[in-house]
Write a protein that binds this ligand. Structure first.
Ligand code: PMP
Length: 462
């Protein structure tokens, strides 16, 4: 590690952080006895903390974001050049990287046509929700305004995104919520809801359950269905074959817009540009954020079909016809400038192919861990987006205690590997170790990650 900061500077940083930063998703009481970890530098798949310790980052910046890895000079150079020339312009006027990235992105998304820029996954999803509501208001007399979302999916942190989110723990304490969001069942076959079917038939059955909700609510009241292609924070849930074709059929049958939340899967995570492309889905909305610029700049996109876009142009004389929405920092050029380079890197370095090959290796290693450790109840994954569900008992599938799950993560950290764990305190849900290394991972990296998990599981569970 080659740091410009001295040891003194770094201990000051730790003290400043401790005194002033409110960290995400953490009980701060713990920082009375341990220091917060400050990540100081990253290169490729590796990061270094303030104490100079090196880690393999198996979750791409804690939340599956840094798809092309750390320390990419060409992204930094492109952003620098762009922001010196023109850093920001918002509203009705465009920017050079905004136009060029939209063009490049849509080349990878046949059937899609328009890109609406904002800054976070939550915001991208809110934009789509607002578009659905406006389509309902203008074209369906305000009737088709309900938005369906799935148990265990997550779409963001705003009040409306929480209303459309399937993880109850995140919602408790933040109500009241806006109306018109309706839940459909999840499709995690390991935790079966329909015992008489399996495989593709299970997928079709889980999709049929969506149709049942639509019929119960009244198809003419349902405007959209919002789903993650592979559920991320809800437990790395890969739907069985049979699920997506049936979902598509149902949406078409009832004239329901299909919104795919690609905030995690987008830009290569599952070995295709987008998760939905694994199943030949034809969405009406696609939202994306994390991997779009791999965290080098904040950018998110709400992408629509031309058909959706046209619905906002029906009456040029009517000032209520266009999308009455703006995101100030959707006018930052750093995002699309970084995103253009990010895409070029994925393409030029063949990272989709590497993702598939390394994903296969990772799944193989995880399957071996399942053979060895009774606590590993299920392993799931698509590309470099993998999970290992931990259960205290394979028969009852009772999740392991939260303290044990935390201990596994800490033991991996002690072995120099940063991993994640999902939903550990959600009652009735799953405790799943989460792995999403950068798409540049090598076989040695993959093996080092699973070796650390192996050691951690032995240490914690024997
Ligand atoms: N959708 C999904 C599937 C996510 O995983 C997340 C973030 N974890 C979001 C939306 C929200 O993104 P952000 O945190 O950028 O608002």
């Amino acid at each position: 590690m080659n740091l410009d900061l001295t040891k003194n500077d770094l201990s000051h940083v730790v003290e400043a952080d401790k005194a002033h930063v409110w960290h995400h998703l953490v009980q701060h009481k713990q920082f009375e006895t341990v220091d917060p970890k400050i990540i100081v530098e990253g290169k490729g798949l590796r990061v270094w903390d303030a104490a100079g310790r090196e880690y393999i980052d198996a979750v791409s910046g804690a939340v599956w974001t840094v798809n092309v890895g750390y320390g990419r000079a060409r992204i930094a150079d492109a952003v620098r050049d762009q922001i010196l020339r023109m850093n920001f312009f918002a509203g009705a006027m465009g920017t050079v990287p905004g136009a060029l990235f939209a063009e490049r992105l849509l080349e990878k998304m046949p059937g899609m046509s328009r890109v609406y820029y904002s800054n976070s996954g939550s915001e991208a999803n809110e934009k789509a929700f607002k578009m659905v509501r406006q389509i309902s208001a203008r074209h369906y007399g305000g009737k088709k305004q309900k938005i369906l979302y799935r148990d265990r999916d997550y779409h963001g942190t705003t009040i409306a995104c929480l209303a459309g989110g399937g993880q109850d723990e995140r919602n408790a304490q933040y109500g009241p919520f806006p109306e018109g969001f309706v839940r459909v069942p999840h499709c995690l076959e390991y935790r079966k809801q329909w015992d008489d079917v399996s495989g593709a038939a299970y997928g079709r059955r889980a999709a049929d359950a969506i149709e049942e909700v639509i019929l119960r609510e009244g198809p003419d009241t349902v405007g959209a269905l919002c789903l993650e292609p592979v559920t991320a924070g809800g437990g790395v849930i890969v739907p069985p074959e049979g699920y997506w074709p049936r979902v598509q059929e149902i949406c078409r049958k009832y004239d329901i817009l299909l919104h795919i939340d690609e905030v995690v899967c987008g830009l290569g995570r599952t070995g295709t540009w987008f998760g939905y492309q694994n199943w030949g889905v034809e969405p009406d909305f696609v939202t994306m954020a994390k991997g779009v610029a791999s965290g080098y700049a904040a950018i998110s996109c709400t992408v629509t079909t031309e058909k959706v876009f046209e619905m906002f142009k029906d009456d040029a004389e009517d000032p209520m016809s266009y999308f009455r929405d703006i995101s100030t920092f959707g006018g930052c050029t750093a995002g699309p400038a970084a995103a253009l380079e990010n895409m070029a890197i994925i393409e030029e370095e063949g990272l989709l192919d590497n993702c598939l090959a390394m994903g296969e290796r990772l799944m193989g290693n995880l399957a071996a861990l399942k053979e060895k450790h009774a606590v590993v109840g299920d392993v799931r994954g698509k590309g470099l987006f993998c999970g290992a569900e931990l259960v205290a008992d394979r028969e009852t599938k009772e999740p392991v205690a939260e303290a044990d799950a935390k201990a596994v993560v800490a033991e991996c950290m002690a072995r120099g590997v940063i991993i994640g764990v999902t939903n550990r305190s959600l009652p009735g849900m799953n405790t799943t170790l989460c792995l999403s290394p950068a798409l540049i991972a090598t076989p040695q990296d993959i093996d080092a990650i699973t070796a650390a998990i192996d050691g951690a599981l032995t240490k914690v569970f024997g």
